[in-house]
Design a protein around this ligand. Structure first.
Ligand code: ZN
Length: 563
């Protein structure tokens, strides 16, 4: 008795840290909210009432932090980022926010002042649907400098000013390159828009020449910024063998700031035999790796993007497509990069190696083709255990939803596009054709697991980036379905705050085969958590997007902010 007063029993818990007097949103199966949480050695040891946790977990070495009523969430998971590409995008210089043709012109004027006449100015990649004017910039728009050749990077489609066309020798008589087009204005002259033809611009390529050391540093910076945004795991959705080497280099030097699940995107633009041979020869497969860095999914890119008018749609881009994307064929439906038979052979080879499967699909027809292939594979052997999924799936349909439900197919969604892209896309397709644009309610009601992702690829600012990776903004977009014009798009597809939080925690973890160790605050799971500055569950709806993390904890360590 006397001894017990002096020293604690040998088996008493001795947590590293206890957070108490808070609102701990556990996201467990019953979505319980608790007051306190404790962890030790990187794992959660208890979540419960203040009294329970302090009594059972507090030892002489325990640090106890009073949260003063603050909310704690499980560490957030962004299932879809491009960390290395985004890290490098502002590695050397910061990027301006280009949200209008006027802003692009200001950028060109500023660049023109700082470089010699005749030197190229390349406007960083910008998506036309996100420009206030909702049209692709033409030669005349870019002629604000006549002393410099100017190129506008709109991904598959580029813009050029008059001097850039002249220096590249592009005239009304220049033949279109194979698969590309020099778009002409009403006068028959090139209007500066080059579809799949940017290779004609002589000297515009930005040879940035990043060394491996640059890449390691840019990657670490980006992962640190993710942690500061409240993320504790991310899915990097398109890595090559060279990218994997950069991740391994960073990891071999120090702990990664957040956990990363890698998606291997194979280059499928070559004979199918060679793609299949590479899959078979590779030593990689799903779930290989450790708790910090592991392989998740095998991916191909099946169609283009809706922001550049190349997603493979069920319907044509129509007349507004000309203004927005410089599309001259009103019947154009976009681009399918892989024919269905080839897709089947590639996916079968990957499935036979044990991979979880996905493909980038945005347009409705591309979605249908991917689901057809999943169905063919499912008939050979049930596909559900592989947790294979549709990536983006922007323009869904009732039929596709039904088939996904039947086979146990998951989805990786980008609800931020409701906010950014619907204003332009509804002018292209008509709002009546966008009934199933990110139909979150329909997915959830069918029991389809929905993982939230940003598809962040350019920029370091969590709100200004393309795409914004602030998880609270993306959850807000899922809940409100508000566009940047303030319109609510198909309110019957709205979801609750609890569901949006699951998309960025337990459901994203499930897609990554990580639901046993991540995605909720429960004893035995990793101590990955985020303390936030207001109450996610009860703050005003429009406040959700403004929530700021105060401390992000990964594996029991504070990696951003302070406790
Ligand atoms: Zn992506």
């Amino acid at each position: 008795m006397f001894g017990a007063l002096l020293c604690l029993p040998a088996l008493a818990a001795d947590a590293d840290l206890i957070l108490h007097n808070g609102k701990v949103v556990t996201v467990d199966a019953a979505f319980r909210v608790k007051e306190a949480v404790a962890w030790k050695g990187g794992r959660i040891t208890a979540a419960g009432t203040n009294a329970e946790v302090l009594k059972a977990e507090r030892g002489p070495g325990t640090r106890v932090v009073d949260l003063g009523g603050k909310t704690v969430l499980p560490g957030l998971i962004d299932a879809h980022v491009h960390a290395l590409e985004a890290g490098l995008s502002e590695f050397r210089a910061s990027l301006p926010v280009l949200d209008s043709i006027t802003a692009i012109q200001d950028y060109i004027r500023a660049e023109a002042r700082s470089r010699p006449k005749g030197a190229w100015i390349v406007v960083p990649r910008t998506l036309p649907p996100r420009l206030k004017e909702m049209r692709f910039p033409t030669r005349q728009d870019l002629d604000v400098s006549t002393d410099h050749p100017v190129a506008f990077d709109g991904s598959y489609v580029w813009g050029a000013n008059s001097l850039a066309l002249k220096m590249s020798g592009i005239t009304r008589d220049t033949p279109n390159p194979a698969g590309g087009e020099i778009v002409k204005g009403p006068d028959g002259e090139p209007n500066g828009i080059l579809r799949n033809a940017s290779q004609l611009l002589k000297g515009a390529a930005r040879a940035e020449g990043f060394s491996d050391e640059d890449k390691v540093a840019a990657l670490e910076k980006m992962l640190t910024l993710y942690a500061a945004a409240g993320l504790t795991s991310v899915g990097d959705r398109a890595v090559t063998p060279a990218d994997v080497a950069i991740y391994e280099k960073l990891k071999s030097r120090r702990q990664l700031p957040v956990r990363v699940i890698l998606t291997w995107r194979i280059d499928a633009a070559r004979p199918v035999e060679s793609v299949v041979a590479e899959i078979r020869a590779s030593s990689w497969t799903t779930n290989q790796g450790d708790d910090w860095l592991r392989f998740g999914t095998f991916k191909v890119t099946l169609d283009g993007g809706q922001s550049v008018g190349t997603a493979y749609q069920r319907m044509p881009y129509g007349p507004f497509g000309r203004q927005l994307y410089g599309q001259t064929d009103p019947d154009a439906r976009g681009t399918l990069f892989i024919d269905p038979e080839k897709l089947y052979r590639i996916m079968k080879a990957a499935r036979d190696k044990g991979w979880q499967l996905t493909a980038h699909v945005q347009g409705g027809s591309a979605i249908d083709i991917l689901i057809d292939v999943f169905q063919r594979l499912d008939r050979e052997k049930p596909i559900a255990p592989s947790r294979s999924h549709v990536m983006h799936g922007s323009l869904m349909s009732e039929d596709a939803l039904d088939r996904m439900q039947r086979m146990g197919i998951l989805v990786d969604v980008q609800p931020g596009w409701l906010y950014f892209d619907v204003p332009a896309l509804k002018r292209v397709f008509g709002l009546e054709n966008m009934r199933y644009f990110f139909p979150l309610r329909s997915y959830i009601d069918r029991g389809i697991v929905v993982a939230g992702g940003s598809d962040h690829m350019i920029g370091h600012d969590k709100n200004g980036a393309v795409n914004a990776f602030n998880p609270f903004f993306n959850m807000w977009a899922s809940i409100t379905r508000k566009t940047r014009e303030g319109e609510v798009i198909y309110p019957q597809e709205k979801i609750t705050r609890q569901e949006a939080l699951k998309m960025w925690t337990i459901w994203a973890a499930y897609l990554q085969f990580g639901e046993k160790t991540r995605g909720s605050i429960e004893a035995g799971k990793f101590a990955d958590l985020v303390v936030i500055d207001r109450d996610y569950l009860s703050c005003a709806e429009d406040e959700i997007r403004r929530i700021e993390p105060m401390a992000t904890i990964v594996n029991g360590k504070v990696v951003a902010g302070r406790l």
